[in-house]
Design a protein around this ligand. Sequence first.
Ligand code: NAD
Length: 290
Amino acid sequence: MFPLICASVNRRARRNAPLSILHPPCGSVENIRVNHYDLAGKTAIVTGGAGGFGVAIAQRLVASGAAVRLWDVDAERLEAATAELRASPGHVTWRRVDVTDEHAIAAAIAAEQAASVSGRLDILINNAGILGETKPIWETDAVDVRRVLDVNLMGAFLCLRAVTRVMRLQESRPHRGHIVNVASIQGKEGMPYSAAYSTSKAAIIGLTKSVAKELAQEQIYVNCITPAAAETPMAKLISAERKADILRRIPMGRLVEVDEVARMIAWLVSADCSFSTGAVFDLSGGRATY
Ligand SMILES: NC(=O)c1ccc[n+]([C@@H]2O[C@H](COP(=O)([O-])OP(=O)(O)OC[C@H]3O[C@@H](n4cnc5c(N)ncnc54)[C@H](O)[C@@H]3O)[C@@H](O)[C@H]2O)c1
């Protein structure tokens, strides 16, 4: 039922220098065989689409047959990522969208619907995020806290609200839509010196659970994932000492790889995800205790 394919898309991407900057090589998933999900005919929006997770998620969705719309604030990286992803079969476009700007989101949604052959929006990956300051609470700047909550929480909320307005009105085939919010292990456990980020990710878990209950009878699935740390551009903002501390907390003794995040998301947005909603999916190498 789930034909297995080799991870040839990943290997092809890794041979390309430009994308490897965004999507660093990860040895342990190099030779595995992955499940393939059929997302042909689906349109997916990936926010933070120019970043480390974003590119890997887009790559997996494109390889599964979806048309992918990358949204991000960084137009230069969007352009580079899209050019690279177009080497894979499928269709990728990009749009500069600031997820904190509800008017920009409304305009982008209308444009994506107009550009989509079916007019449908089937998948939303709320992935845009920022780390903010890493400081003790007594030294933390309130402006920075507001910015982190604005991007990580309000950005997800605004995109979720805009997309569900479209999804609720479209035909169920047999589902109307799948939404995945990218939270973090820090949202479950907290993390010293990262109160704003951890709070924003805990709030994403609450947002996921609440909205999923509202949409449970509308064939719209809303789930979230809680990855541990990965080697993406975001991780470059973390000191070596803090990285070592993070690594020590992970029983498997390694960071999560961006392909592992993308593969979990591929299942979560597929037709196979039919009785899971409002759920928190762990990607922490054993770190999470619940
Ligand atoms: N890398 C990790 O260790 C890790 C672990 C757990 C969760 N996460 C979460 O995964 C998501 C992706 O992170 P990443 O590691 O790929 O980081 P990244 O920095 O590589 O990518 C984040 C992307 O979000 C974009 N972005 C920032 N503000 C935006 C805005 N206002 N509007 C639109 N786009 C915006 C950035 O331009 C960037 O391309 C984030 O939500 C992050 O919190 C990351």
